[in-house]
Ligand binder design. Structure first.
Ligand code: ADP
Length: 468
C-alpha cells in the first residue's frame, strides 16, 4: 500500500507546531509497519531546505483563475529521513521562508493542492490513499471527486486529519474562479455558512475524517467553531486517533540537544544537571520546584491567563521558579516581559521559537504547565512524560486522553476550568508533591516508562486506510 501525506509542515523540514511533529514521524512508523508513505509539502527557502541535496523530478503548470504559474517538484535526498519527501516550488507563491503569515494564503494553499493533483494526474503517479492534513490541503478530496482535469484520480480514497478545527481556511465565493472547472451542481460541497470553507468541504468529501485524539472528536461535535453540526451529520466516517511521539528522536538517553543524557535509573541526577544549566542561565535557585511552559502564546493554550497566574503563584509561594518559552500575541509577550523584571529569580521568559531550548526545558523542569482551553492532542505532555517531567494539564482533548490525575491513581495533576484559580491550585498541589520527595521520584520514574510511541496509532491509521 502507498500513501501520500499532504501537509504544510513536516519536521525537520519546516515546523511551527504539532502538525510538523506528526507529519514528520507518522510516515516513518508507517514505513516500519510495511506500507510505503511519502510526504509532499511546499518548498521553503529556510536553512534546512537550502542545505539539502535535492533533485528536480517534475515540472508542470497550474492556473489560479487568470494567473499562470510554473511549478517544480524536488525530491529531498537525505538518508536520515526515512520516507520520501517531495517539495513543491512555485516562484513567488511557494518559495517563502516561513510557513504562515502571508496575505496571499488562500492562493498559496490552493496553488499547492493544484500542483500536487496536476503532478499525480500527468505523471500517473499512483497512491492508494491520499492523506490530507488540516484545512491547507482539505480541498483535495473535493477536487479529486469533482474537477474535470483530475478525473483520472477519481476513485482514490482520501483521509482528512483535523489537527486543529479552529482554523478552516475560509474564503469568499467571489474567488470561486481559482478552483478548476467542476460540475456546478456540486458547488454545495464548497459552501459552509456563506463562504467557501476548505475544512468543511474536506469533512464532506473525504472518505474518512479523523481528529488527533478521541476526546477532541467528541468535543468537536458540540464546539467546533461552526462545524459541530457537520461533524455530527458525518459522524459515521469520523473517528479519533491519538497522536504518538517519535521515541527515537525524543529520547533522553541520546538527545543531542541536552547538556546531560539520562535514563530511568539515573533520572534524579540527570535531571538535576539539566536543571542546573537552565537555572544558571535564567537566574533561578535550582532547589526550587521548576515549572515550564512551552507553546504558542494564544488563548487556545490559555496563555492569556499565564501573567496573572504567575503573579499569584509567586505571591503565594516565593520558593518556586517558572519559565516560559513561546511566542504569539504581542500583548501577552509584553506582559510576560514586564513580569520578568518584577519577579527576577522566580520568573523568566524566552520569547521566540527555539527547539534546543525546548528540549532543555522538558529535561530540566519538574513540572510542565498545559492549562489549554483547546488541545486537539497536545504533544508537549507526552514529551514531558518521557523526560520525567510531571504534566499539569486542563482536562480537555488529548490531554484528557493521556494524563491521569495522581488522585485517580495516575501520574499527573489535572484541573477542569480554564481559570487563574485552577492553575494556581494545581501549582499548589505540585509544590506539595515536590516536597514529598519519595513519591515525587517514584512518579518521575513511572512516567518515563509510559509508552506513547506511534506503534499503536500508526497501525490504527493503516487499518483506517484498509477500510477504504
Ligand atoms: P500546537 O497546538 O502548537 O501544534 P502541540 O502540543 O501539538 O501544539 O505541539 C507543539 C510542538 O511545538 C511541540 O513539539 C513543542 O515542543 C513545540 N513548540 C511550541 N512552541 C515552541 C517554541 N517556542 N520553541 C520550541 N518549540 C516549540
Amino acid at each position: 500500500m502507498k500513501v501520500l501525506h499532504n501537509s504544510f509542515e513536516c519536521y525537520p523540514i519546516a515546523k511551527v507546531g504539532g502538525l510538523a511533529d506528526v507529519v514528520g514521524s507518522l510516515p516513518a512508523y508507517q514505513t516500519k509497519l510495511g506500507i510505503e508513505a511519502d510526504v509532499v509539502m511546499p518548498y521553503y527557502s529556510n536553512t534546512f531546505v537550502q542545505k539539502q541535496k535535492k533533485s528536480e523530478i517534475f515540472s508542470g503548470n497550474i492556473s489560479l483563475g487568470s494567473k499562470e504559474y510554473e511549478y517544480k517538484i524536488y525530491n529531498i535526498v537525505n538518508n536520515k529521513i526515512k520516507y520520501g519527501v517531495y517539495l513543491i516550488f512555485v516562484e513567488g507563491l511557494l518559495d517563502s521562508e516561513s510557513v504562515y503569515g502571508y496575505d496571499d494564503e488562500t492562493d498559496r494553499y490552493l496553488g499547492f493542492q493544484l500542483a500536487v493533483l496536476n503532478w499525480l494526474t500527468i505523471e500517473k503517479v499512483k497512491y492508494d490513499v491520499i492523506h490530507c492534513h488540516d484545512h491547507h490541503t482539505a480541498l483535495i478530496p473535493f477536487m479529486i471527486n469533482n474537477c474535470y482535469e483530475f478525473q483520472r484520480l477519481g476513485n482514490t480514497p482520501t483521509v482528512i486529519t483535523i489537527h486543529n478545527a479552529q482554523y478552516q481556511g475560509q474564503f469568499s465565493h467571489n474567488r470561486m474562479e481559482i478552483i478548476p472547472d467542476f460540475d456546478f451542481s456540486n458547488a454545495g460541497f464548497l459552501d459552509w455558512y456563506g463562504s467557501i470553507n476548505p475544512l468543511a468541504t474536506g469533512i464532506k468529501c473525504a472518505s474518512k475524517v479523523n481528529t488527533v485524539s478521541p476526546s477532541y472528536m467528541d468535543e468537536l461535535k458540540s464546539h467546533a467553531n461552526g462545524l459541530e453540526g457537520l461533524l455530527r451529520t458525518e459522524s459515521a466516517k469520523c473517528t479519533g486517533i491519538l497522536n504518538g511521539i517519535d521515541t527515537d528522536f525524543w529520547n533522553t538517553e541520546t538527545d543531542k540537544m541536552l547538556p546531560k543524557n539520562y535514563k530511568v535509573s539515573n533520572v534524579v541526577s540527570g535531571k538535576k544537571t539539566n536543571k542546573k544549566v537552565l537555572c544558571e542561565k535564567y537566574g533561578f535557585d535550582s532547589e526550587f520546584p521548576l515549572f515550564g511552559f512551552i507553546g504558542r502564546l494564544v488563548s487556545e493554550k490559555s496563555a492569556d491567563l499565564l501573567p496573572e497566574a504567575i503573579l499569584q503563584a509567586i505571591n503565594d509561594n516565593s520558593g518556586i521558579s517558572l519559565f516560559i518559552l513561546g511566542s504569539g500575541h504581542k500583548e501577552i509577550e509584553d506582559q510576560l516581559i514586564e513580569l520578568k523584571d518584577q519577579f527576577k529569580g522566580n520568573f523568566n521568559v524566552h520569547i521566540g521559537y527555539n527547539e534546543k531550548l525546548a528540549h532543555l526545558v522538558y529535561a530540566a523542569a519538574d513540572f510542565l504547565l498545559m492549562p489549554s482551553r483547546v488541545e486537539p492532542c497536545g504533544l508537549n505532555q507526552m514529551y514531558s512524560l518521557r523526560y520525567g517531567t510531571i504534566p499539569i494539564v486542563r482536562r480537555t482533548g488529548g490531554l484528557k486522553d493521556t494524563v491521569i490525575d495522581i488522585g485517580d491513581g495516575g501520574f499527573g495533576i489535572c484541573h477542569d476550568q480554564a481559570s487563574v484559580w485552577d492553575i494556581c491550585y494545581s501549582i499548589g498541589r505540585a509544590i506539595e508533591l515536590f516536597r514529598d520527595v519519595k513519591l515525587f521520584r517514584k512518579i518521575q520514574k513511572r512516567i518515563m516508562k509510559i509508552d506513547n510511541s506511534w506503534a499503536k496509532s500508526a497501525q490504527e491509521y493503516i487499518d483506517l486506510y484498509k477500510s477504504i
